[in-house]
Design a protein around this ligand. Sequence first.
Ligand code: ATP
Ligand code: MG
Ligand code: FE
Length: 350
Amino acid sequence: MRVLGIESSCDECAASVVEDGHKVLSNVIATQIPFHAAYNGVVPEIASRKHTEWIYAVVKEALDKAGMKAADVDAVAATARPGLLGSLLVGLSFAKAFAWARDLPFVAVDHMLAHLYASRLDQAFSKGEEVSAAEYPFLGLLVSGGHSIICKVDAFDDITVLGTTIDDAVGEAFDKVSKHYGFGYPGGAVIDKLAESGNARAFNFPLPSLHKGDHRYDVSYSGLKNAVINQFEQFRALPAHEAKEIEEANIAASFQRTAVEILARSLFNAVQDTGLHTIVAGGGVAANSLLRARLAERQDLRCIFPPLELCGDNGAMVAGIAYRYLERGEASPLTVTASARVKAFKRRCS
Ligand code: ATP
Ligand code: MG
Ligand code: FE
């Protein structure tokens, strides 16, 4: 079964065709980054307008690259939540119209569950091994621009949230620090690159004290973000040549080390308490090189990351997870609408 998946929850206008929930036949991602870069963040009005302008061409290209015509599509899926409402509505409406016009099954998909599914697509490898073998239950690490979730995963659509951020999301912290220092947008990949030449011990930024009781699996980024931003005055006073370049790299590396350690601490608490030793990551921050290296240090864990191009927003994860619903005979009514808010996932009882 060939499913067309459409993703438009934020600033990526994406479409993909995936066969039988795993084989990626095409994956088109049109990023709006250049249109938002001047504002150092996503402007919702610009995002929805660009989606409206691009969606047809993006879907057309996804079909072309898969060597298909509209008539060859067996089902259509789109992200319905969470995200920017205006942006979500573009992809969702397009998908519903496509399904209605061709009388095809339609599936509305949750963006966070889709991020978690990305590692089950064929291109996904972990330490060279095929990932599809990851057996439930395992621990999920969902780290992106808007979310930081540590969860127990019992099925592709059944997660129990163990911990989450009590303030900012980890990707948001990367973006805000980068914005403040003028490193570039979006901040994650820029800081990851800058950090390569920096000394990660140059600054000792604080770790939040979340290690006790109810917060054992939670994370917090506002303290770290503020500490790094407060360092800016000192940074600005430096003359603009080599010293400044070294300091930029040091700040990026020290921030990144702490940001990753915050995630690792809470995740390792969850490993210890649940006894689960397989971790599946997803979301834009799963592309972070230090996060990957830090988790790989733990020889007792099996850590599965999506390939870099499937960490951020894409249509393949949407088409892939949709197949799993269809396989169970579940489709969504065309009356489904978009929602900006994250689904109320089950939470651990403390
Ligand atoms: P959400 O998935 O929570 O709705 P989103 O869709 O905007 O939010 P993604 O597209 O999944 O988020 O990921 C984008 C985020 O990932 C940005 O915050 C970006 O800075 C971050 N990111 C991308 N690459 C890296 C990297 N190498 N290191 C750290 N962060 C990264
Ligand atoms: Mg994005
Ligand atoms: Fe996302």
